[in-house]
Design a protein around this ligand. Structure first.
Ligand SMILES: [Cu+2]
Length: 132
């Protein structure tokens, strides 16, 4: 009887863990699947740190078209990069032809997210240190 109970408990735990929730990808995270980036294109605001996570079982690399980064990510590996400039930043995994992605930073190509309080310049209240 006791043994049966333990087995039931273990089964219950297994079932609970099996609950694969793919919707838990954080907003600013790009996942590397077997042969694609997810999402392939991500729009963020300036200063956003993007984290790439290789949650596949194969090794990928992350090569910026403009030389910003060149990383090799083993399964389970991750890499973060902060985009301080507006623009479209393309990257690819050179190990898998066609595995490309882009990060779109800020207001480019007249995109129409016109003004949800994004660009005010009140960021520098401690900017006096070199004023002599
Ligand atoms: Cu790859």
């Amino acid at each position: 009887m006791k043994g049966l109970l333990s087995i039931s408990l273990i089964l219950l735990l297994l079932v609970a863990c099996d609950d694969e929730n793919d919707d838990t990808r954080p907003e600013n995270e790009v996942w590397m699947s077997t042969n694609s980036f997810l999402p392939a294109s991500l729009e963020v605001s300036q200063g956003t740190t993007i984290r790439w996570l290789n949650n596949s079982s194969v090794t990928h690399n992350l090569v910026s078209e403009t030389g910003l980064f060149n990383e090799l990510l083993n399964p389970g590996g991750s890499f973060s990069y902060t985009f301080d400039d507006d623009g479209v930043f393309n990257y690819e995994c050179t190990l898998h032809p066609g595995m490309t992605g882009s990060i779109i930073v800020g207001n480019v190509n007249g995109s129409q997210n016109g003004g949800e309080g994004g660009d005010d310049e009140d960021g520098g209240e401690d900017g006096y240190d070199d004023g002599y």
